[in-house]
Design a protein around this ligand. Structure first.
Ligand code: B12
Length: 148
């Protein structure tokens, strides 16, 4: 498997961020603490991150994993825009990138959302009740080198 980022035995280098419209922060704090507890290093870009800054920071950090979180209901729309910008950078084209939270305004039961986001380039979409458990398993497989 091709190696991405600067993964060391000590854990993954992870960027946690939300997107331009979203001012919620406790979701980001939660994800940072969860990932740090699992032994990974986190750069938390905070709320309302403009696309240009998000992409520039990811290019600078060259993370092993990018985690987008959104809860204000615009996550799907914004996620589609941001994943296109990330995948347009050769160095981020294959960086594992996931999105989660409350991604629309009609709850988590939109059957097409996951499909659309995965087709757009995300490696994982975590939205429903089991989101955190599934995310932990995803991160575990990444650490074990399964997806790197
Ligand atoms: C506090 C809050 C605010 C505060 C935020 C302050 C701050 N500094 O964060 C303020 C007042 C600013 C705010 C504003 C708004 N809010 Co608000 N807010 C909340 C509230 C009450 C709590 C959010 C919170 O902190 N939760 C604690 C964290 C830890 O939980 P969480 O965010 O849900 O994240 C969990 C999961 O979603 C999941 N998760 C999140 N991201 C990810 C990513 C991955 C990869 C994974 C695996 C899991 C995951 O893990 C977390 C832990 O379980 C929620 C309602 C609620 N009870 O959830 C509404 C809520 C999120 N807000 C909502 C809305 C609509 C707004 C506004 C649009 C309201 C308005 N008309 O102005 C604005 C939007 C502002 C903006 N530009 O984004 C809606 C979103 C609706 C939707 N998605 O369908 C909610 C759900 C309220 C509601 N029921 O309608 N809000």
């Amino acid at each position: 498997m091709e190696q991405h980022g600067k993964a060391e035995p000590a854990g993954l280098e992870v960027v946690v961020t939300t997107m331009a419209s979203d001012s919620h922060t406790w979701n980001l704090v939660f994800l940072q603490l969860l990932l740090e507890e699992l032994g990974h290093r986190v750069t938390n870009l905070g709320a309302c991150v403009p696309d240009e800054l998000l992409v520039a920071e990811c290019r600078r950090i060259e993370p092993d994993l990018i985690v987008l979180s959104s809860v204000n209901g615009h996550g799907q729309q914004e996620g589609l825009r941001v994943i296109a910008a990330l995948r347009a950078c050769p160095e981020l084209r294959r960086t594992p990138t996931v999105i989660g939270g409350k991604l629309g305004i009609a709850g988590s039961d939109d059957p097409t959302r996951q499909e659309v986001l995965l087709a757009a380039g995300f490696d994982g979409v975590f939205e429903d009740a089991g989101a955190v458990t599934d995310f932990r398993a995803f991160v575990g497989s990444l650490s074990a080198g399964v997806l790197l």
